[in-house]
Design a binder for this molecule. Structure first.
Ligand code: PLP
Length: 369
């Protein structure tokens, strides 16, 4: 065999070239599995409309692949600015909003978060070795509540960045507008930057552009990965409240970072973006249907959601995950997070996917009984 050609890796060696805090970091908590019904990443079950996809492919074919893309995706930012009514110079585009999260964390004096929350805020803070604090949500009878008093008190320390998914992830809860306005007001008084991560806003019908446009301490993070059905394309953007804020974050991302093909696809999509609203309203309808059905489940407890996924408390997350997988349905375990013992998360898929999920969920119960 050719084992001789493969150099032997030396394990258990300390990597002295890197900052020491980096060596003990766990890998990102995602494990791939194959399944007929994929409900583990809150993706859109719908592909781009065929006509738009064909138009995008044509545009791709006409691009000079030997040439670098624009420095900061100027044309795309212009199209986005036009589409959203935002200042192009206060808008930063990147291949995925995760990169913008990382950039915001690297720029921040300190990071504030809720717990549980979108894991990449905490992961980024650990990478950056940034001071980081997360306040646990409170359990209520119906679901969860933001720890408003804790967050407000923490904002009396030197200003940094507060991340808040709105609607919240991974709980799916709608964050009450009054709380967001209270945090925004505190940010205005203290110099904190409140970053509302609106990854799922199309599914809740909320849109905090008016707030970010009137408060220089509120920024919005958005993605094409969910409602727009472009998870594979990798694109997100920051709507900054000022050019100064945008400039700092723009400097944090490398030059020419948005690939020409990504920009071309997004520019095409922005010529006819209305499909995303149709998709989102289909998902909302399906979410209410699946939610109502799951409320009748004998041993699961489903939390109210304003998003494109449902958080569900089961008697045993591992058992639920494995039984669903055996039935061909892939969901995401959430039981590693505080407050979420027994919890799994299931994306809302197509009607057919959702029916298979519901069948599996109720049969699983029958097979246990
Ligand atoms: C899915 C998701 C994102 C999107 O990240 P991308 O890198 O743009 O795909 C951001 N924030 C939250 C809360 C999400 O769930």
């Amino acid at each position: 065999m050719n084992s001789q050609k493969t150099p032997r890796l030396r394990y258990n060696r300390e990597v002295k070239a890197f900052k020491s805090h980096l060596s003990a970091l766990p890998r990102y908590p995602y494990q791939h599995a194959d399944a007929k019904v994929k409900l583990d990443q809150n993706e859109s079950p719908y592909e781009l409309p065929a006509e738009l996809k064909a138009r995008a492919l044509e545009k791709l074919a006409g691009l000079p692949w030997n040439r670098y893309p624009e420095l900061h995706a100027e044309k795309l930012r212009e199209a986005l600015a036009e589409h959203l009514g935002w200042d192009k110079d206060a808008l930063v585009a990147a291949p995925g909003s995760n990169l913008l999260i990382q950039s915001l964390v690297y720029a921040a004096n300190q990071v504030l978060d809720t717990s549980p929350s979108f894991p990449y805020y905490a992961v980024s803070a650990r990478l950056a070795n940034a001071p980081y604090r997360a306040f646990p949500l409170r359990r209520t009878r119906e679901g969860f509540e933001l720890p408003l008093e804790d967050l407000l008190a923490a904002m009396d320390s030197p200003p940094g960045v507060l991340f808040l998914p709105s609607p919240h992830a991974p709980t799916g809860m709608l964050v009450p507008g009054a709380l967001i306005h209270a945090l925004a007001q505190k940010a205005l008084e203290t110099g904190w930057l409140l970053v509302l991560d609106e990854a799922y806003h199309q599914f809740s019908g909320t849109d905090y552009r008016p707030l970010a446009a009137s408060n220089p301490q509120v920024a919005l993070l958005r993605t094409f990965s969910k409602a727009f059905g472009l998870g594979g394309i990798r694109a997100g953007y920051l709507l900054a409240p000022s050019k100064e804020t945008a400039n700092v974050i723009q400097n944090m991302v490398p030059p020419f970072v948005l690939p020409a093909h990504t920009a071309a696809i997004l520019e095409t999509v922005l010529e006819a973006p209305a499909y995303a609203e149709r998709y989102a309203s289909e998902i909302q309808k399906e979410r209410e249907r699946v939610y109502a059905k799951l409320r009748e489940h004998p041993s699961w407890r489903v939390f109210p959601s304003s998003s494109n996924f449902l958080l569900i408390k089961t008697p045993d997350a591992e058992a639920a995950y494995l039984s669903l997988l055996k039935a061909g349905v892939l969901v995401r375990r959430q039981d590693q997070y505080p407050l979420l013992e027994g919890c799994i998360r299931a994306s809302i898929g197509s009607t057919q996917d959702n029916n298979l999920f519901l069948d599996a969920a109720f049969n699983l119960e029958a097979s246990h009984a």
